[in-house]
Design a protein around this ligand. Sequence first.
Ligand code: 6R9
Length: 646
Amino acid sequence: MSEKLHTVPAEWAKRAHVDAAKYDADYARSIQDPDGFWGEVGKRVDWITPYTKVKNVSYAPGNVSIKWYEDGALNVSANCVDRHLATRGDQVAILWEGDDPKDSKAITYRELHEQVGRLANALKSRGVKKGDRVTIYLPMIPEAAYAMLACARIGAVHSIVFGGFSPDSLAGRIEGCESKVVITADEGLRGGRKVPLKANTDAAIAKAGGVDTVFVVTRTGADVAWTEGRDVRYEDAVAEASPDCEPEAMNAEDPLFILYTSGSTGKPKGVLHTTGGYLVYASYTHQLIFDYHDGDIYWCTADVGWVTGHSYIVYGPLANGATTLMFEGVPNYPSSSRFWEVVDKHKVNIFYTAPTAIRALMSGGEEAVKKTSRESLRLLGSVGEPINPEAWEWYYRVVGDSRCPIVDTWWQTETGGILITPLPGATDLKPGSATKPFFGVRPELVDAEGKVLEGAAEGNLVIADSWPGQMRTVYGDHKRFEETYFSTYPNKYFTGDGCRRDADGYYWITGRVDDVINVSGHRMGTAEVESSLVAHEKVSEAAVVGYPHDIKGQGIYAYVTLMSGVEGDDALRKELIAWVRKDIGPIAAPDLIQFAPGLPKTRSGKIMRRILRKIAEDEFGALGDTSTLADPGVVDDLIDHRQNKK
Ligand code: 6R9
């Protein structure tokens, strides 16, 4: 591990919202007096009814209940749009850069207000009301932000499904939250390739049922199938609707959105975030961690289909009256200079991306970066997975010209916003470390028995107390919420991540300790991939683990046992990869498939993944105790297969 220290540049300490002394003082106060601290911070958003209560949280087993600002009322879209009209109506809210470099447009706060109002009324005219769920399946176009804010305006709960997910995955998510309305586009456009979003939606609805309205944005103008009475042309609907729509007064604890995410077991969970605490936390973290100042151009390269897009493309930045750049394309189209060309074109000051993108660009060499200016850049950010020190140094030196601090931000769909991170004016940086907790965040390391480890130590990462942006429940399944996050270590939130704390109190996330694989910063449950594989007629059994991958961070390694009489060859490998890709989506496609005559199991029939992980990592000497296996010979067989494949 690199222990190089990049100290805070003097001009940063002076200009930033938070310097080292303020970090120490405010952090201490946020922990000693959460009610006082968050009571003040909560005033940063506009309330229709001011709150008198701040925090009301129980992590007690069987009685987990999380409430913040519970007697306050507010509207998220009014906070992200209306309240900026008087002071910055003509300022650009969304700077959109299309897949094609010739395609871009700027949407001011005034235009955003009109678009959101119109769509909110169009939703109402199709019967959508407070509490109803709306599924959004859109590419990275401004309409995605309009759709989120229009839902928030009328109190509807949005559930965004990433455009890369398959019809089956979309169907599961439509069914899971019983959406009657889907907002999609004819086609998406990424890296010059078309994505058949409307056709996927049709296939999903045929499976899920219950959908009575599909709004279809015209993105490519493709000829798509049309169901009269159900399908509505987005452009017609908003043209007919009035731009004036009174924002609904929402209780702080009313749901804002559901976002499905993979866990270690079962189907993806609907993570539920609510209104008040989420908005306060997203806006506060955005301002302090990215040190956002008026006039800055801020760009987060995530997709709105992931939580990073929710909190740090749309809600946080817009609540702060920022200019947020939204990018439809991919890092290497038309060339691997694209990110930096966009930075130069729009004079981006703050740039936030994922380690997988950095590693991919790094492998393409410095030239593609160095031929651009990037002089507008002031701050860089990283999210989604651990960033290896080599990639960190490359990002710092090549992209940032050794001038821009890097904020390595650790958080999760469940946390709503960033929990462990440097503050650029306050925190000395160590490449590869997410550094220190944000205000109000109490990280702890525990061993397998739940004993809290002090000082320099390595263990499982838990958070000892709540923060306003925390998820409130698993949609429709509070029991699963308690079991997943609060039962392993009672009275603490369990993150599922492993972590090391060094002697300076810096946190180093080591990766997931559960059966979740982090592929290019996207979460995938091994159980999901396994159940897809075993649904194939030639597969009898499958076990999936992660293995180190140069670009993706982790790749998907599948051990597959075939039905008797079926021969495993390269054609079948391809067939199975295509099968999973179609079933779940491209991000779930296995990178490697090893045909295994048998899997290592305990005598009670449980697959020993620990052993499979070690074999996939080529660590044959570190298999540990295999004596409890029903048939220890299986392991030698697997190792033979693994070695012969090379
Ligand atoms: C925001 C987001 C969450 C998981 C998380 C962890 C990994 C995210 C990280 C990081 C090391 C960072 N992760 N940020 N690991 N350093 N800066 O990515 O949410 O998709 O729910 O993934 O991603 O393993 O548990 P999500």
